[in-house]
Structures are given as C-alpha cells and as structure tokens.
Write a protein that binds this ligand. Structure first.
Ligand SMILES: *Cc1c(COP(=O)(O)O)cnc(C)c1O
Length: 385
C-alpha cells in the first residue's frame, strides 16, 4: 500500500521508547521523563497575550502570504541585527517557516535531484537524512566524534563523493551532543563549500540556549557565508513555543527563494496571528530568554554533578538543554536506557536513536524541574552499574 519512500523509512526508535514508558506508567511507576527535547515551561505570557489579541482581529483569519508577513520578516531582521549584527534584507533574504523542521524537510526538494549527495551529520536530528531521502538524494554520513569535539572532519570526505555533493547540513549548538562550533570552523566550512560548490544549511535551533556567558556564533557572520548558505532560526526552543510552529530562514536570496518555491506549492504559510505573536517575541525584552537559560543551567549542574558522582564523566555543556553522556562499561545505549527506565523509572534517549555514531552515549534532556532531576540522580545512584 505504501510508497517505497515510506517503506524505506528506518524504524522509529522514539515510538518504541514511548511504548516502554507507557508500560511503566501503567504499572504505576512514577516516571521521570528526560527524553524529549521539548521545553517544559509555558510560553511567556506577553507572547500568549499578543496571540490572543491578534486572533480576535479577523484580518488574521485569511490565507497568510507565502513568504511570511513583511512585519514578521522585518522583526526577524531586526532581531538578527541586534543579537548577532547580521544585515539581512527582510524582503529577499528571509522566509517565515512553519517551524524549522518544515524548512529542513523541504530544502532538499528545492536543490536535490535523485542521486545527488547530501552531507549529513551522525548523530543528528533525524530530519536531515529523511528530508534528503524523500527528495531522492543520497545521505553521506559525517561522523561526529568526541575526539573532534563532535565537529565533522571535512577532509575525510572522499573526493568522488564531493563531486556528487550538492548540500551540507550542520547544526551548532548541536542536538544531541550539545557541542558548539566556533567561527574558525564556520570559516573552514565556507572555504570547503566554495571549493566543492556545495550549499550550506545551518540549523541554529539552539542559538539562544547558551550558558556561562557563551554566545553561539552565526554561520552567516563569516565572510562569504551569505553567498553559499542559509541559516534556520526557530522560536520553538528559544521562547518555549514548540507547539506554535514558527521559525524563519535567513541567508542567500537565491537559496531562500528556492525554498520559497517548494513551500508555496505545498503549504500556505504560517497563521498571521502566530506571526504577530512571533513579532512580539522577537521585538520585546529578551529577559525571558535569559531567565530560561538560568533555569536550564541550574538543572544542568545538578545532573552533571549527579552523573559524575556515579562515575559517568560529563562536562557541563555551554549550550542546548541536553547532556550527552557516555554509557557505563558493559552497556550499549539501548541497554543502558532500558536499565534506567526499568530499574529507575527514568526516560533518557539512547544515542543510537540519532544514528550509529551515537552508540555508546545517552541523551538527557533538561526538561524537568531541579527537584525531579535531583530525584533522578538519587535513583541512579542506587543502581548497580
Ligand atoms: C527541535 C529542533 C528543531 C525543530 O524545531 P522546530 O522549529 O520546532 O521545527 C530543528 N532542529 C533541531 C536540531 C532541533 O533539535
């Protein structure tokens, strides 16, 4: 019944985890879920109020514009200027997206012909690979190894692969490894992309989720990046707005326009009232962002200390709400996540769910209160590992 496209999808590990969790809950276990990367705190109230007001205005009820409201694109451009000194033309270099997942999934349709190669990190957000496959492209895996600070080794990609390569996906601050990239790495990427005629898509979903004074650089701030790349920013993680589905792409106008062509033939844009609330999020005080970061940093410290005490060596990540921890000796990532769930009632995501190079690691999401994370640490300390 299904297309080859659907039949060739890899099994969805996260569905199996959900099932295992539901079984434990049914047994009456008080499960602590550190699995899903979805903020637990509500959307800040000034953003919610803004939506309520906008939705009462019938002008927002009609089809939105394909490229997004100009006012939203202007607010996004101002935010880029303020937060990272980027000069972006709101008319030609920005596109509103219905979440960045939508952008990631649609980009290959605009640039990839069947047989073209896309460079995809591993471990990674699964949509880079799936979006590539849906477009008939071939994913070439770039292992993200701890010894390289979880950055891809661009020199290791074979020449015959590069000659067929059209596009590269990158994501820093990174999900799931919580690693970061510096400007020097982005400069190498620009040289690499120019030498090999490759488009760069940098997914910056965690751009604002940073700690200890760290600032995540923009890929587009590097010389020459605007000629060959785009960057995806999302309001989801930054403003606790995952359910709202609002994000934007910025960068090279031809790439932006290619993505826009796909979108105008598939969706009809983001609801205007949500874009108006997005304008409020981007244009108001960013205090809510630093408040959230303070909360995540405190949770991070509690979990890191707890893991270290039971012999799991993790350093405090500078960004993202993930802790990427090596699994103890004698376990693989699925085995250890099973142990955590069945013997401690803790959900964490096995690294292999993000690709084979995620094997040997487990991802904890800092999406529970300090009290609950303390409780998780307490339970883990009683495990015999
Ligand atoms: C959460 C996440 C996204 C999805 O963000 P939306 O804007 O909600 O679609 C994209 N990329 C990465 C790496 C993520 O972790």
């Amino acid at each position: 019944m299904y297309s080859d496209r659907i039949n060739s999808l890899p099994p969805y590990l996260f569905a199996a985890i959900d099932e295992a969790k539901a079984l434990m809950v049914a047994k009456g276990v008080d499960v602590i879920d550190l699995g899903v990367g979805d903020p637990d705190q509500p959307t800040p109230s000034h953003i919610v109020e803004s939506l309520c007001e906008a939705v009462h205005d019938p002008k927002t009820h009609r089809y939105p514009s394909y490229t997004g409201m100009l006012a939203f694109r202007e607010a996004a451009a101002n935010w880029c200027k303020k937060s990272r000194e980027l000069e972006i033309d709101p008319k030609s270099e920005i596109l509103t997206m219905i979440g960045s997942k939508e952008g990631v999934a649609h980009i290959p349709l605009a640039f990839i012909n069947p047989g073209d190669v896309v460079l995809v990190p591993d471990p990674a957000y699964p949509v880079y690979n799936i979006g590539t496959q849906f477009a008939g492209g071939i994913s070439h895996i770039m292992p993200l190894l701890e010894e390289n600070n979880f950055l891809p080794d661009l020199d290791a990609i074979p020449k015959d692969v590069l000659s067929r390569t059209k596009l590269i996906f990158l994501n820093y601050p990174n999900n799931p490894t919580s690693s970061t990239a510096d400007t020097k790495f982005f400069e190498e990427v620009v040289d690499f992309a120019n030498e090999n005629d490759i488009l760069v898509v940098h997914d910056n979903a965690y751009s604002e989720m940073v700690f200890d004074g760290y600032k995540a650089p923009s890929f587009l701030s590097v010389n020459g990046a605007m000629d060959i790349g785009i960057e995806l920013y999302s309001l989801s993680k930054t403003y606790n707005m995952t359910g709202w589905r609002i994000a934007f792409a910025i960068g090279n106008s031809e790439i932006i326009s290619g993505l826009g062509k796909v979108k105008s033939n598939i969706d009809s844009g983001a609801f205007d009232a949500i874009q108006i609330a997005g304008i409020t999020a981007l244009s108001s005080s960013q205090q809510c962002v630093s408040d959230m970061n303070r909360i995540y940093a405190e949770r991070r410290d509690v979990l890191q200390k707890g893991l270290n005490e039971i012999g799991i060596d993790v350093k405090p990540p500078k960004a993202t709400f993930y802790v990427w921890a090596p699994v103890p000796e004698g376990y693989d990532s699925i085995g250890f996540s099973k142990l955590l769930l069945e013997n401690a009632g803790i959900v964490a995501t096995p690294g292999v769910g993000f690709g084979k190079y995620g094997e040997g690691y487990i991802r904890f999401a800092l999406t529970q209160s300090v009290q609950r994370i303390n409780e998780a640490v307490e339970r883990m300390s009683k495990l015999d590992i």
